[in-house]
Design a protein. Structure first.
Length: 237
């Protein structure tokens, strides 16, 4: 699936953070295949130079390096943390662990906030540009019917508020910049795979990336600050 991204001006720089993950690597490949951008930069902890979203100076250094390359037109944050060897999503209040909750917020909310802080100034004032971050439908307060996953839900809800608030400020000086919080659906990646339920639609990273890029391509300045699903549906806060 190739998305042409024709809503963007030809040229400029595209960046994918978390570019070695399942969705991130698929996004970078498809953005490159579109031929729309002069250059596609991949950021990840394991790449050189390293990119650590828990370290503000690492984020700032990446922004300085990319800012010297030309006009930034597309930035997609495909980072995120649900579980790892040290932490699992809570099923009950008694399982809340302060250190695990703090880490969820560092990766899922504070890191993206710092990326917006340092990369937003690189976007031009005129011509469509997009700064998108991968959120999650479970971060919707209005849609929460099941409970559980307290740290992950709360950190993604915080991320949605960060995107919404930043969009209001940035619209004053960069009116053509579109900020988006995007729900990718359930994707066959290391993040979602352990928690996929029987009967749930699970997409490949390439399918998910194509759907997300199609949504991004169809947005305009009036959509800035929106929380959108992979099918373009507006999700409740």
């Amino acid at each position: 699936m190739t998305i042409d991204l024709t809503s963007f001006p030809q040229g400029g720089i595209a960046v994918v953070a978390g570019a070695t993950g399942g969705i991130g690597s698929a996004l970078a490949r498809q953005i490159e295949a579109s031929g729309r951008f002069e250059r596609v930069e991949r950021l990840a902890r394991s790449l050189t130079p390293g990119f650590d979203i828990e370290d503000e100076e690492s984020i700032a250094a990446a922004a300085r390096r990319i800012g010297a390359m030309g006009a930034l037109r597309l930035f997609i944050d495909a980072t995120g943390l649900l579980s790892d060897a040290q932490m699992q999503p809570e099923k009950a209040l008694r399982q809340i662990d302060p250190a695990a909750m703090e880490r969820s917020f560092r990766v899922n909310a504070i890191g993206p906030a710092l990326m917006i802080k340092h990369f937003a100034p690189l976007f031009p004032r005129e011509g469509k540009s997009v700064l998108a971050t991968l959120s999650a439908k479970v971060g919707s307060i209005g849609d929460n019917r099941l409970g559980g996953w307290i740290s992950y839900r709360a950190s993604k809800a915080a991320l949605n508020q960060i995107v919404r608030t930043a969009s209001i400020e940035l619209a004053r000086r960069q009116p053509d910049l579109v900020l988006l919080a995007l729900h990718p659906g359930t994707v066959d990646t290391g993040l979602s795979r352990p928690f996929a339920r029987a009967g749930l639609t699970v997409r490949t990273p390439d399918e998910a990336a194509g759907r997300l890029l199609s949504v991004i391509d169809g947005t305009g300045r009036e959509d800035s600050g929106a929380f959108l699903s992979h099918d373009g549906e507006r999700l409740p806060w």
